[in-house]
Structure formats: C-alpha cells, structure tokens
Design a protein around this ligand. Structure first.
Ligand SMILES: Cc1cc2nc3c(=O)[nH]c(=O)nc-3n(C[C@H](O)[C@H](O)[C@H](O)COP(=O)(O)O)c2cc1C
Length: 454
C-alpha cells in the first residue's frame, strides 16, 4: 500500500489530512497570504476532463466479449468468474453527483454481469433513487414475483410499493427503466483505493484520488453513457443496469473467509468496451485473511483515524485486526474524561458511515497500546465485569454477516474495558498495574555487560 500510494509511511497521508483540517479563519492579510500555497495545492486535487486518453486506444461498441479478459474463478464453490477489482462509476439521479465504488461483478456471459452493490452502499442508493423515479408498472413487472424471494428482493418490493406514483422520466433525462454505469479496471492505485474508502457519499472519490496522488485525476467521457472514467484506465466497461431486473449472484468466496451466500442483485448489461492496445487486467483474490484486501483495509484505518477524531475527539488510536475482517472488530483507545464516555464512543462509531457495521467494539483507556493484541487481551479481560460492561445494540450490519438474525440487520456488541470510576458506580479500589521502577531497571541494565550477556 505504501508503494501504491507513493509514501514511506501511511501516517504521512494522515498528517497531510490533519494539515488541511487545521485551517483556521485567516485573521488578517498576512494570514490570507500564508494560506495561498495551501489553496494552490488544494486546486490540484480536483479532477479534470481531457479529450482522450490511453483507455480509448481501442473502442468496441458491438463486437466485444468479456471472455477476452482473464477473469478468475477464485474458489471452488464460487458461482463462476468474478471481476474483483472494478471501480464502478454511477451518478446520483437526483443531484447528478458521481460515485466510484468497488463492487464485485459476477460474469454471466460475454455481455452481462452481476452488480453486487450491497444495500447500504452508495451505488445501491443511486439505484434506489432511480427506482423511485421510474414507472411503477415497469418495475413491478419482473420484480413482483422473483423466482426466489430473498430478503433483498422483499425489501426492493417494499421500496417499490412505497414509492409515490408519477415522474416517469429520471431527473437526469435518462429514460425510465435503466441506470447508466461505467466500470474502470486497472486504474492508478490511488483511484482503485479511493473506490474502497468509506468516504461520505457527497465526497467524490476522484477528488480523494487527486488528494492522495497530489495531482488531478484526468477523466474522459464514456462513449455510450453520460459518465466519466479515468483516462489512464486499462479497460472500461460501459452499460446499463435495468431497473426491473434482479438475478441470482454468488456464492463467492469472500474476505470473511467464508462463501457469501447467493442472493438477488441487479444485472449490468454492457454496451461498449474501450481499452488500451495491450491492456493489463487487474484483479485481486479475497478469502481467508490475511489477503491483499487486508492491507487495503489497514491503509483505510490509518488514513481515516484523523477524520474519525473530528467527531470523536477523545479517540487516541484504533486497531481493526485483519482477522476481524474490518466490520467484526474495532479496538479503540480513548482519553476518558467523564463517566460513560466509552459508551458514548461506541454509539458514535455505530453512527459513523460504514463504521456502523462494526459488530464488536472494544474501548480501552489511552495507556493501552491497541496495536498489541497481547496487551489488549490482558487488560480487557482483567478490567471487565462482563454483565456490567457489555452493551448490546441493534441496527444495520454488513451484508456479508452470515450470522445475523436477518440479512443486513442484527445486533452489535460494545465492551467498555476502561477503568471504572466511582462516578460510574464502582465503589471498590482499582489496583495499580505492575511496572518496574526506573532505578531498578537502570541497575539491571548496567549488569548485563558485567554478566557477559549482550
Ligand atoms: C476487493 C474489494 C471488493 C469489494 N467488493 C464489494 C462488493 O462486492 N460489494 C460491496 O458493496 N462492497 C464491496 N467492497 C467494499 C466497498 O468497496 C466499500 O465499502 C466502498 O466504500 C463502497 O463505496 P461507496 O461508499 O461509494 O458505496 C469491496 C472492497 C474491496 C477492497
């Protein structure tokens, strides 16, 4: 990830974020002048549209097939071959804002794939927005009696039923029944990474990539859809998702270490493929951790810490252990200043973008090194009275959670492993941690040489 993002340490990026967040209103002319270099630097982050680029070297509108690319079936029980590293571009039908998200795509044939945007993701919200605008009759034709009534199909039907009538043309002028999608494969790693970062929906991923690379992402217009893709992409797939069509997707050997189960998802119909002359197909294999996506997640952890601190200022550090597959476990250290603060932090995390999926949150005091799992285990288990310190809550859970009572909905657990205070009703004395004093340490250190031990 350091190579991909061209830094010696991921903390460099976190430091840059902090630098930009530290902007105070300028007090006078001198302050304003001092801000000019920062403003000039910020200007570099915005994407710019160029007339053409390497991804347009070959343009195939009719004669194309996905079979040309070495798309992998990764695991024995996968439903087929999956595009696993796609940057999926959609536009909010209401606001016109673009989104780039990474959602796997199961290849059905040379021209169609699945579109696995999970229910709470931005691509899925664009799809729902398009559904809200489309004609009810068209939509109910196919969706009202899906072959297999799954949770997603049921919720989709509820969405459709609840929708008010009228408005059969989408706000962006697209005819009802379709939503435009473009998929860039083999992008600059900063762009690929920006497609996975859990940014707020209104922050455009191309801007994030520009910030990471410190130069604007160059975009080109697609041939058959009104969307823009990175000019330097190796391969671009253009097409539509039909609003009245769902198809079985999965199983797929997922990053949880288990197969994610078959469910109904929209279908992507390709209208055009453009690519470089000799394109390189990028892919990744997810599976039992640690795999490549684990390191992508770790980079997200480091880079997002300063942003999380904006809303949770008492947060000192976090660790999302790779085996916790990012949505299952977050260990957080905090500077505790008032009773009940650990629970406030849990609730704040459960309401913070995709951190809402976190199944278990462990909150410790600031003196615990959350990166040291041994220390965390020792202190957490010593410090808790389970019945008192464990908090359960209900809410949205990750679509990949196969244990929750319902798909996308279930319980979450927080453990308050901070020292308990009398103001929290703890009447007993709290013991000191065993630490050797400096004088004795120095005395022993001096003796190693005398004893001939290096
Ligand atoms: C390799 C890889 C594959 C992923 N596949 C999916 C997927 O199939 N569906 C999904 O909803 N999220 C998937 N994700 C996670 C999303 O990319 C991530 O949640 C992202 O923030 C979504 O973007 P959005 O907030 O713009 O919707 C994947 C992430 C990685 C690293």
């Amino acid at each position: 990830m350091r190579l991909a993002l061209d830094v010696d340490s991921l903390d460099e990026i976190a430091e840059r974020i902090k630098y930009f967040m530290d902007v105070k209103s300028p007090q006078g002319l001198l302050d304003k002048i001092k801000m000019l270099p920062m403003l000039a630097e910020m200007g570099k982050f915005f994407p710019k549209t160029v007339s053409t680029g390497p991804c347009k070297e070959i343009i195939r509108r009719g004669n194309f097939s996905l079979d040309w690319f070495p798309i992998l079936q990764c695991w024995p029980k996968d439903a087929g071959r999956f595009i696993t590293l796609p940057c999926v571009v959609t536009r909010d039908p209401k606001t016109g804002k673009r989104n780039v998200g990474m959602y796997r795509m199961q290849v059905y044939d040379g021209h169609t794939t699945g579109m696995h945007w999970q229910r709470q993701k931005v691509g899925a919200e664009h799809y729902r927005e398009a559904l809200r605008n489309a004609s009810v009759e068209t939509l109910l034709r196919n969706v009202s009696e899906p072959p297999q009534e799954t949770q997603q199909a049921a919720s989709l039907r509820v969405d459709l039923m609840a929708r008010s009538s009228g408005g059969s043309v989408l706000a962006d002028g697209t005819p009802p029944g379709k939503m435009e999608v473009a998929v860039a494969i083999g992008t600059d790693p900063a762009i690929t990474f920006s497609a996975i970062v859990p940014a707020p929906p209104d922050v455009e991923e191309y801007l994030i990539a520009g910030f990471l690379r410190q130069k604007p992402v160059e975009l080109v217009k697609c041939e058959t859809v009104d969307l823009e893709v990175p000019a330097s992409s190796e391969i671009v797939l253009e097409g539509h998702v039909h609003l009245d069509e769902l198809r079985s997707e999965g199983p797929f050997g997922d990053h949880t270490g288990f197969y994610s189960l078959e469910d109904l998802y929209p279908v992507f119909h390709l209208s055009c493929i453009t690519h470089r002359k000799d394109p390189i197909y990028s892919t990744t294999i997810v599976g039992k951790p640690p795999m490549e996506d684990g390191w992508m997640g770790k980079a997200v952890e480091r880079i997002f810490l300063p942003l999380m601190k904006l809303t949770i200022p008492e947060m000192v550090d976090i660790n999302l252990p790779i085996e916790g597959v990012f949505h299952n476990l977050m260990i957080v250290s905090i500077k505790k200043s008032y009773p009940g603060q650990a629970r406030k932090v849990m609730n704040a995390i459960w309401s913070l973008g995709q951190a809402m999926f976190t199944k278990c949150i462990i909150v410790v005091d600031e003196d615990v090194n959350v990166q040291d799992i041994g220390e965390v285990t020792l202190k957490v288990l010593n410090h808790i009275d389970p019945e008192r310190d464990i908090q359960f809550t209900l809410g949205p859970v990750d679509s990949l959670d196969h244990a929750s009572r319902l798909p996308n909905y279930g319980s979450k657990m927080g453990i308050d492993a901070t020292r308990k205070w009398s103001s929290e009703g703890f009447a007993r004395p709290w013991p000191d941690e065993i630490l050797m004093d400096q004088k004795t340490k120095a005395l022993v250190d001096k003796k190693w040489k005398e004893l001939g031990i290096d």
